[in-house]
Design a protein around this ligand. Structure first.
Ligand code: FAD
Length: 480
């Protein structure tokens, strides 16, 4: 085994294995792949490799594993925790799955579809809709992220409250292991109790155990009726109380329950294109609620939602409410919600924390976090958006770019603030990473907030599947 190969020999080897037309070497062409979506993480690689088949992936991985070359898998490069770009070593390849983007089969009778890992999420959703079915994973990055990246990160999004995370939406996967072996776990069964559930090792492993090349996904009936509303509240407690009430009132029909602070709502309106504020005066807290029904009409479902809200409205718990009366109004409301990540980038330097606590503890978390922020970082504005139904908040401390430029120890501030917030979440039985994963950014927290025996077990699994640390080194697991 060669431990260090020069760049040209890595390029020549990859060109020989996957074809020169599938290898990027020019610095300008490679540049967008070597910086993350938020432009906070950069890396270096000998080349960017675009496999077109599982054989390409297998041959590339076997070669890299034998020759001490590190492999960084990349999907749509929308990671928000520095997971999608290589490290600074340069002795590596970036393996982007974009050219493995075929929808292989949509089987409406089996409510399943089989796709290659490089399919863009919206293409997967649209292929399901074309067969009168629905693939329910939905998130702001859906026009760019790949299903392989969604699986690797066990992505969440806005429908988790009803359909679960990506892990709950997958029936089987095909994976190329670090040494090039292919694990054929591509099944479309709903029941299979024949031993360990290996697929769940790779889902959420963020590319540290192998490359996901194909997946069989669960489909659901396409909704016939939709009802969407945005509700305004004076306090986060009132917002959570109403959310829990709606969850109980619409079991199986409530598909979205999103919490948005006034600060976040205004940032999205300020920086978005074609934004319309549905309120005359923006409330302090908003909840975007969506119901979906497999039967009936949208009008009837909207009437039921309006009726359910009436008592809270009359009693003053709900301050204001805008109920969408057309598909366009519904899209406008979601546009505000889906635009927040991009808008935050324009607003300033937002330090985002992807915490989760039990839903009923959200008001306590917000109260304690707000006090901690005011005490330690009064320059920051509290900005919150979250998947309330899952207890998952994106808690953003927003600094102006001008102030952030004056901060000398930026990483120090980031770590101190994060740990203040993670300690609060941990005290409520919560987590420091609900859906974004660990990437490179949150590796230090693995040693602090994860149980030591859990991390030790993870290391043993990594050692078994990738003993030479070929796959995504420095991601997820802290150094021993
Ligand atoms: C606007 C916006 C909104 C977002 N909203 C959400 C949200 O609501 N919920 C949420 O969970 N996330 C969200 N994210 C984060 C991100 O979109 C998800 O993590 C997404 O699943 C990443 O997919 P990707 O294809 O871009 O993967 P990348 O970012 O390219 O990679 C992510 C990780 O997966 C690995 N990987 C990628 N493809 C493969 C593969 N085929 N096999 C093995 N490993 C692989 C990479 O090595 C990396 O570790 C959002 C991001 C943005 C920019």
């Amino acid at each position: 085994m060669t431990t260090k190969m020069n760049r040209q020999s890595i390029i020549d080897a990859m060109a020989g294995l996957v074809g020169p037309e599938n290898v990027l070497t020019d610095a300008h062409d490679m540049a967008p792949h070597l910086i993350d979506w938020r432009k906070r993480h950069t890396g270096v690689a000998a080349c960017v490799v675009f496999p077109r088949s599982v054989e390409h992936v297998s041959n590339a991985l076997a070669y890299c594993n034998d020759n001490g070359i590190k492999v960084f898998p990349q999907g749509g490069n929308t990671s928000v925790c520095g997971g999608s770009v290589p490290d600074a070593s340069g002795n590596s390849i970036l393996l982007n799955l974009a050219r493995m983007n075929r929808i292989i089969e949509v089987n409406a009778d089996n409510n399943s579809m089989t796709v290659e890992a490089g399919c863009i999420l919206t293409d997967v959703q649209n292929a399901a809709l074309a067969a009168d079915r629905m693939f329910p994973l939905t998130l702001g990055a859906e026009g760019s992220c790949q299903i392989g990246g969604n699986l690797a990160t066990n992505a969440g999004g806005t429908n988790v409250v009803r359909f679960g995370n990506t892990r709950d939406l997958v029936l089987g996967i095909e994976v190329v292991l670090a040494d090039g072996r292919v694990w054929h776990g591509l099944r479309t069964l709903r029941k299979n109790n024949s031993g360990y559930d290996l697929k769940n090792l790779f889902v959420g492993a963020e590319g540290t155990l192998g490359v996901i090349t194909r997946a069989s996904l669960k489909l659901f009936p396409k909704p016939r009726a939709m009802a969407t509303a945005v509700l305004g509240f004076e306090s986060v407690q009132a917002a959570v109380d109403e959310g829990l009430k709606l969850q109980a009132a619409f079991p199986g029909e409530l598909v979205g329950l999103e919490l948005i602070s006034q600060s976040e709502f205004e940032i999205s309106l300020r920086h978005g294109v074609n934004m319309r504020n549905p309120f005359d005066a923006t409330p302090k807290w908003m909840v975007l609620v969506e119901l979906a029904g497999a039967t009936g009409t949208s009008e009837a479902l909207t009437d039921r939602l309006t009726e359910a809200l009436q008592d809270s409205f009359d009693g003053g718990a709900v301050q204001d409410a805008v109920v969408a009366s057309s598909g366009q109004q519904r899209a406008d409301l979601w546009h505000i919600r889906h635009n927040v990540t991009e808008a935050n980038g324009h607003e300033g330097m937002g330090l985002t924390h992807d915490i989760a606590v039990p839903t009923y503890r959200i008001p306590d978390f917000v109260e304690q976090a707000e006090a901690a922020l005011a005490k330690h970082y009064p320059q920051a504005v509290q900005v919150i958006v979250g998947h309330m139904g899952d207890g998952n908040l994106h808690y953003i401390a927003m600094f102006t770019h001008a102030y952030w430029a004056t901060v000398e120890d930026k990483r120090g501030v980031q770590l101190k603030l994060s740990h203040l917030l993670y300690d609060i979440a941990a005290g409520m039985g919560g987590t420091f990473s609900a859906e974004h994963g660990i990437g490179a950014l949150h590796v230090p927290e693995m040693s602090i907030y994860k149980n030591a025996s859990e991390v030790a077990l993870m290391r043993q699994i990594k050692q078994l599947l990738d003993p030479r640390d070929t796959m995504n080194p420095g991601r997820v697991l802290p150094a021993a």
